[in-house]
Design a protein around this ligand. Sequence first.
Ligand code: FAD
Ligand code: MLT
Ligand code: ZN
Length: 462
Amino acid sequence: MTDPRIASLERAVHGLRLKTDPADLEHYGRDWTRRWTPAPLAIALPASVAEVQAVVQWANAEGVAVVPSGGRTGLSGGAVAANGELVLSLERMNQVLDFNAVDRTLTVQAGMVLEAVHNAALEQGLIYPVDFAARGSCSIGGNIATNAGGIRVIRYGNTREWIAGLKVVTGAGEVLDLNRALVKNSSGYDFRQLLVGSEGTLGIVVEATLRLTEPPPPANVMLLALPSFEVLMQVFSAFRARLRLEAFEFFTDRALGHVLAHGAQAPFDQVYPFYVVTEYAAGDDAQEAAALAAFEDCMTQGWVLDGVISQSEAQAQQLWRLREGITEAVARYKPYKNDISVRISAMPAFLERTQALLGEAYPDFEVVWFGHIGDGNLHINVLKPDGYGDAEFITACEHVTKLLAQVLSEFEGSISAEHGIGLVKKPYLEGTRSAAEIALMRGVKQVFDPKGLLNPGKLFDA
Ligand code: FAD
Ligand code: MLT
Ligand code: ZN
């Protein structure tokens, strides 16, 4: 029998597209974590700001929880609907609304896929620089809600830097037009930035005005083979001192092994313990010479054992695939993901501590390390061995994450660098944010979403 709330929603928001088939509930009720069993009430697919607002107003009247949903590529369970929530998918709101050449801004609907945003910017001879491997499926609204980072943060910063204005529907059902693309605006609290990274707990992003910038100079991609973790930050410093870096990413031999098993081409004849992919401006002879000099210095020091430089766009993509393909290559092991950050200057000491801790803590599990090392951001993925039960595996991993959270707290780092807290990292929020901060977050939640209906149970419990 159909839930009477669905008929009530249909009456309240005339013409709203809804999905209630079991396959749709399953599809829209989960994200990339695949840890929770999807059980949403229904999927609402509004086509306009007015429809989003009407759905939220209905949810307030009926006391129904709402999960904002983008591309569901999230890695922290933020878009999971496992408790009879209404999923509000922005996927039909995927159009460019405006391009302003003088302001260099692009205004888009929140459901637009990141790659489509990239293409729309390029059509204007500009770029939207936030980028990462989920570009083909994640939405700009989801990127804003998680303050997504990615592979070019070292040069361009996180999503936050590129948000000139936001239109949101708050949990109370009000529409707010925040900052309206002003470059300068010292008129009180900046709610636009508060909404960035709020993980769908305060408001639903319906439109965003994005800053664009000019395309970077021509770049080369270099893959470096390293002998140890210890030299990683030395190599980073050596390259950063000489070059305009666009990216500086690392991964281990184990990570590479999985990508190769997934069909990528081996970069060297030999296996090395660690690798770095770096992209740097190489538009003229001086820059090319600086890159070679950085490489040779590192070879002389024994920090780098081998290297290859892309000779074509196709080769650059092949090298990038070795780094960007890791998430997909390890997905079949349902990895337990740690996404942590410390200050860049603290990274060498933190790496030493963490390596020792994890070496002892995970003797039975394969641990795959990779990440945005130039931003002080590590992804430590623990792979579930065949034959291990899901619950047993997660319990074992969570025990270690507690220890990791303690080390992070000593280093004043973060338990979530770029994926968000969602459900996955909720137990560890207190290691990263003070009790006073969490109390303020709860207060802010109360103001924006008085009935606690937007993404309840994500980030913190009610
Ligand atoms: P979803 O997963 O749908 O949602 C994420 C959160 O945002 C949820 O809490 C949801 O409720 C909320 N939300 C979604 N849309 C809205 C909206 N319109 N208004 C309010 N709240 C909303 N992340 C990085 O930061 N850096 C990376 O390098 C990176 N690489 C990735 C690579 C792969 C292969 C994959 C699968 C994921 C990667 N991610 C990365 C994680 C993920 O892609 C990002 O978190 C992305 O920003 C999520 O966007 P989404 O549209 O899929 O959001
Ligand atoms: C990445 O850097 O590749 C992403 O954050 C995805 C992941 O952590 O798996
Ligand atoms: Zn990442």
